[in-house]
Design a protein around this ligand. Sequence first.
Ligand SMILES: [Zn+2]
Length: 268
Amino acid sequence: MSILYLDCCSFFFGLAIGSFLNVIIYRVPRNLSIVHPPSACPICERRIRPWENIPIFSYCILLRGRCAGCGNRIPIRYPLVELTTGIVFTMVAHRFGYSFETLVFLAFSAVLIALSVIDLQTKLLPDVIILPALLASCVLSSATLFPAFQPFWSIKPMTAFLGMASGGIPLLILAWVYMRITGREGMGGGDIKLMFLVGALLGPKGVILTLFIGSLTGSVVGVLYLRLCRQARHTQIPFGPFLSLGAWIAMMWGNTIVSFYLKTSGLA
Ligand SMILES: [Zn+2]
């Protein structure tokens, strides 16, 4: 089957998963069940009809951004998360083709999108999302102990372990030092757990790239935000979205970036 077919399917699959991520993003931080009750408007509590739940289409054409019951604005976040997930899924499937990696990386991308939006809204990265993903990543690398599974996944248990150590431990130390010096919490525990996850899934190379891209984009956006919005210097800027972006880029093009860097710097 052609890659174009896979791209199209992944886009629509991504839209549907994006719609589900919206449920997770709204309910997980509020400690609500993600399966029950059916979706409703948070203001007037009117049930969302199935045809009002079609990704992008319902928001843009059917409802024009407003609840059909009370007419209140539906946050633009809903179609944005759906569209982003659709595009991200298409890119992952296009990059990794018909492979087991595609499935794993689609799931990882969905986790990163959910975590980023939740972190932007609540400044928290919930354990109920990170810890199961971390467990799944450890199971995945342990499965490579069986030779039959080795063609499917390249991160061996030792690489995963080194990844977790290189991802989590420096941040733990950094957080502790920052806490001792300033008496304030600079880096959340969620960021550290997220880096354990990145390490378990992508190994130490992925961790280094994630931290590099995450801190670079985080500091550029952070400085711009503080300047442009005249925020107080101690305003907390969530780091999760930047780490997620870094991890996603490392996942997609990590090997290409590392070999390009080694070549241009004359190290290889
Ligand atoms: Zn309503």
